[in-house]
Ligand binder design. Structure first.
Ligand SMILES: [Zn+2]
Length: 258
């Protein structure tokens, strides 16, 4: 692709915490995978591109989100760092409303376009899927807000249905939280050598962890209540991300191409 213009420095994918993004300057970005509406703003002196993952009014379901277009769009704006927010169910009894900084993932998705490289063979390295510099910034921001958090392994399911009890029993052997939107986004970011990390918010206990029925409403309600707090965490984290990258993320594709 052409050299990216430097229109934004950091992207925030998800839209949670940025409910006022509609007031920001919007830009329609054309990508080989479709058009993406990106909102531009400035936080702590840094230019930020906000991409509401589920788009606008219709709320695109997680298995239909155009992950490739979203990542391509922010890359084409010159973004080098991506902070993602993801709603998760806990398989470890994390309190609802608490935060998990993702440390690794297991992919149970099955129908998504998960690579930019369909015509050439690129085995991108995901030994460290989440950028250590952005993770450190997120953890420091959470600490500053006095919020407890853990690091954890994320299991990504295909959705849009919730998981079965048996699936959760199986996944809980290997992962801490479960969600539907983190993969392939993290992988696609790696393929473009971007730094990427995720702040996961626990919106519910996973299926079978309590006797209660799971509803989409409770997820929306928890996320809604946490909007202000997520904005504060992300703003602090944005301030703390070093100007120059000292991590290895930008070399993710070295030695990956056959
Ligand atoms: Zn990095």
């Amino acid at each position: 692709m052409e050299k990216a213009a430097e229109i934004a420095e950091i992207a925030v994918l998800g839209g949670v915490g940025f409910s006022s993004y509609r007031d920001c300057e919007s830009r329609s970005v054309k990508t080989p995978y479709g058009e993406v509406t990106v909102y531009l703003t400035s936080i702590k002196g840094r230019t930020i591109a906000i991409v509401p993952r589920h788009a606008e009014e219709i709320h695109i379901p997680p298995h239909r989100v155009n992950y490739r277009a979203n990542i391509w769009a922010v890359h084409s704006l010159g973004v080098k760092r991506v902070i993602s927010t993801n709603s998760v169910g806990s398989m470890r009894g994390h309190p609802v409303g608490s935060f998990v900084v993702l440390d690794d993932f297991i992919d149970f998705t099955c129908s998504r376009s998960s690579s930019f490289y369909d015509d050439t063979t690129v085995h991108v390295d995901v030994t460290e899927p989440y950028c250590p510099e952005i993770k450190a910034a997120l953890k420091s921001a959470l600490g500053k807000q006095g919020l407890s958090y853990t690091e954890g392994i994320y299991a990504c399911t295909e959705g849009p249905r919730f998981e079965t009890r048996a699936e959760i029993r199986m996944m809980s052997q290997f992962a801490d939280v479960v969600g539907m939107t983190g993969v392939p986004e993290v992988v696609l970011a790696k393929e473009l050598s971007l730094c990427y990390a995720s702040l996961a918010i626990v919106t519910n206990q996973a299926c079978g962890m309590t006797t209660q029925k799971l509803t989409a409403d409770e997820v929306t309600e928890v996320v809604g209540k946490a909007q202000d707090s997520i904005f504060e965490i992300l703003s602090d984290a944005i301030e703390k991300i070093p100007e120059t990258q000292n991590c290895m993320c930008r070399f993710a594709k070295e030695g990956a191409c056959l």
